[in-house]
Ligand binder design. Structure first.
Ligand code: C2E
Ligand code: MG
Ligand code: MG
Ligand code: MG
Length: 283
């Protein structure tokens, strides 16, 4: 069975074992217990402003500490989605992340307006009362809605007019919305104009080719121009190399996250990485 090592960061995981041993219904039952037993954790990945190296926020990413192993979301969210349990997972992560941001605020950590990105599944966005629930969580923590970045995949945002109306309402209350994983799956440029969003998170497969010599960046270049026309800020995901960072800057991409800066970390470890990456400011 998979073992985590090195402060809970790297995980040698065995998808073959994990998925073969637990069938979907068993996995769903086990996850429901895990929620009650407090086996879910939230990791945080810094989001960095490319020009200054400043950390402008973090993304909250769920993890399941199961039998000593750290199970990544891709291994249990699909089942959680099909049973509807993902709504509870999303709610847990939202509460935890909002609490964490408040705690960091109290410690004077992070830059002004430091935000947290929380992933919302389509199941959550379809729920009646979601907007009120999110506002209640923020209100209880005394956190301004502007401090929350609601991350939704383009597929979810495109799924129905009701979901788009919910995103519109979240924005009307001051939250920001990010289109996650843009450039993968069923990306349709037509939606860029229809989805109420503030940030375009460009997916790793579009960032990867920036490492090639010469770089293949035609699609990314066009996307950055398109995003600017649509009033969207571009955030690059999965930045792993200095060469990618430099080229993203050259393309006019303002922010990024990726292993180059930091992997997603437990709150206690992320805490020390919330200010800046001065080593990256040098051209
Ligand atoms: P995402 O929202 O696109 O999150 C980014 C994913 O890319 C994370 O995977 C992160 O660990 C990974 N990543 C970040 N930088 C790099 C890099 O430089 N290289 C590589 N190879 N990967 C990088 P993770 O944490 O496994 O999460 C996977 C997906 O699970 C997320 O993709 C998100 O869609 C979903 N997810 C995570 N937490 C939640 C949650 O609380 N609720 C919901 N509904 N979905 C969640
Ligand atoms: Mg995300
Ligand atoms: Mg993403
Ligand atoms: Mg993803």
């Amino acid at each position: 069975v998979a073992k985590s090592h090195g402060g809970g960061r790297a995980v040698a995981h065995r998808p073959d074992l994990d998925t073969a041993v637990l069938t979907s219904p068993a996995l769903a039952a086990r996850l429901e217990q895990a929620l009650d037993a407090g086996e879910l954790e939230v990791f945080y990945q810094p989001v960095v402003e490319l020009a200054s190296g400043a950390v402008t926020g973090t993304e909250a990413l769920v993890r399941w500490r199961r039998d000593g192993a750290l199970v990544p979301p891709d291994e249990f969210l699909p089942v959680a989605h099909s049973t509807g349990l993902v709504v509870q997972v999303d709610r847990f992560v939202l509460q935890r992340a909002v609490g964490q941001l408040t705690a960091w605020d109290a410690e004077g950590l992070g830059t002004e307006g430091h935000y947290v990105g929380v992933n919302f599944s389509v199941r959550s966005l379809e729920r009646r009362g979601l907007v009120e629930e999110v506002l209640a969580v923020l209100g209880a923590a005394g956190l301004s809605p502007a401090r929350l970045l609601v991350e939704v995949t383009e597929e979810a945002a495109a799924s129905s007019a009701a979901v788009r109306a919910t995103l519109e309402r979240l924005r009307a209350h001051g939250m920001r919305v990010a289109l996650d994983d843009f450039g993968t799956g069923y990306s349709s440029l037509a939606y860029l104009e229809q989805i109420p969003a503030d940030v375009l998170k460009v997916a790793k497969p579009l960032v990867d080719p920036l490492d090639a010599e010469p770089a293949t960046d035609h699609v990314l270049r066009a996307l950055v121009a398109l995003a600017a026309d649509c009033g969207l800020e571009v955030l690059a995901e999965g930045v792993e190399t200095e060469r990618q960072r430099r080229r993203l800057l050259g393309l006019g991409v303002s922010r990024a996250q990726g292993y180059l800066f930091s992997r997603p970390l437990p709150a206690e470890e992320a805490r020390g990485r919330l200010t800046a990456y001065p080593e990256l400011v040098a051209p």
